[in-house]
Design a protein around this ligand. Sequence first.
Ligand code: 0RA
Length: 688
Amino acid sequence: MARNGKSVKDEQEPKNGQPKNGANGYTAEDITVLKGLEAVRRRPAMYIGDISARGLHHLVYEVVDNSIDEALAGYCDEISVVLNPDGSVSVTDDGRGIPTDIHPQEKRSALEIVMTVLHAGGKFDKNTYKVSGGLHGVGVSVVNALSEWLEVEVTRDGKVFFQKYRKGDPVAPVKVAGKAPKDATGTKITFLPDGTIFKNRIFKFETLAERLRELAFLNPAVTLTIQDVRTKSKQEETFHFKGGLIEFVKYIDATRPSVVKKVVYAKGEDKDENGRAVEVEVAFQYNDQYNENIFTYVNNINTLEGGTHLVGFRTALTRTLNNFASKNNLVKEGGIQLTGDDFREGLTAVISVKVPEPQFEGQTKTKLGNSEVKSIVESVVGPQLADWLEQNSPDGKRIIDKCLRAAEAREAARKARDIARRKNAFDSGGLPGKLADCSIEDPEHCELYIVEGDSAGGSAKQGRDRRFQAILPLKGKILNVEKARLHKMLENEEIRAIFTAIGAGVGEDFNPAKVRYGKIILMCDADVDGSHIRTLLLTLFFRYMRQMIDLGHLYIAQPPLYKLKKGKQETYAYDDGERDEVLKRLKSEKKAKSAKEEETEATPVEVEEGAVVREGGIVISRFKGLGEMNPEQLWSTTMNPETRTVLQVSIENAADADRTFSILMGDEVEPRRDFIEKNAKYVRNLDV
Ligand code: 0RA
């Protein structure tokens, strides 16, 4: 469907239009001809972002978004997602059903056109405008093009219509498959992603569930369910939140004690310059911690980079709270003045706007640009917040009190610090002493390894390619930033070294254009301490250098777990499965050599950390830590870009990531224990 301000131009395009010049070499003129679903199959990433697991899950979101459109138009209140045993996924809704009548010009079913023509969806439905939509907002035809097969079942006018497609092409015309109860309507789309496009076709229940939960919070009229019937142990979840954004805020802050129990809520709308309604909904509350957590949505899309709706909200918040404070004599003249930052310490907020023609900007195209939205949000939030404060004046005072404490802490920190010294350490280019920098200066080609421990750091310094790899060793565990204010955190030497090495500032002031390395790679031991340090580092990036993650700069190194040695031949294995495979291979090579030798089955072996096991002449050793590898081994297994594997860190769902960090790193023990018990797969002795 035409969303995100994209125009609907492809009215007369041929189905699966072929490029004039065939598969290779087309000219500028041909690019306009190369539309239709063939273009989608050629460049899937242009339509769904990428063809990794993220892109795969986007297919489901795209179909669900179409059902959400029906819900927003007022015709649908139930959407269900089922993960089928054959690897396909079904999305069913009780909306009006995709129109099935014969299109007068095209002389084929509207259903077939919606399913096979790019951006065709909106054309049949001029009365309602679409407000939902995935980031790429491309329509179900794109999902169809990228599916090995897709089946659609439409229930309307007392009938069930059916059509099947392969790689976007209809297998047969739309047929009537049966009768339906008179008032029943809806759409069911089942598809199997194309294995020639998606290497990994396995849907993750939890990933899909997170997005459906988010949609349920944002669209309280809808009930969304997800069922996994792929294996015997079935899983099912239903999401329906009558309280909408208010419940969303409570969910995000579930493990953070609140300053005021009530959630502030505001809702309203105003017209844009074309007279179309812009809807605004906001909910927020304060917790007793120090982070600012504002989640913003435009048409159900999480706008990671913020934009005009966020600016409007902040302006209204600062101004209204300031007015309330001075009206009630809560700030003393000549005393501490409150700044915008003070009003956002410990704030958790969700902002959801519905904008008819959103303009997206920014590096990841997740920043709202429409200037009119700022004043609309301001004028909705300002007066309603002022009313709330008047009616809940004791709560308002508690909020101001919290903001004053933030201001005092900020002031005290400023006084306590030797500003001149900090300026030196931070701004004037002095790099941390223990950083072994690389010689190339072009950030795009440079990598920074943040390494656990001085001994591994030493090996990494010797093993690296010093032209483009820099090493920063860390001593022990860094501070848990989840529990510290910014100034406290910056007093920590290890953390300062990380910020200085990266060179792009902190938090709000972080400037990705200044980042000194295109890749930051976290390299920790494969043991419990290593995981803890990695989590501390991830928390630091998530809270204070979030853009490094959003822009895809943050990675996790994958050191091998095992070394298998047969004679002089050394092979590394990165997990237990690989170890068993290598073992089997080495044994069969052995067998081939000396046929007399006894049959030995490759039975899985238990190898304790650091242990050496001999299996028929093959020596298996388990690496206890990075420090056990010599520089050459570290280079060839973990650092050489030609042979290493690194995991890119990405965030599937910002609100859930925030909640998880607060569970893992926050003050409360119970939620953490629950989380670990639910998620830990290989816990031997649970002494958390
Ligand atoms: C075009 C027009 C109408 C509905 C839809 C598309 C539609 C698409 C999808 C995709 C999944 N579920 C859907 N439900 C509806 C309007 C139909 C009318 O005017 O009756």
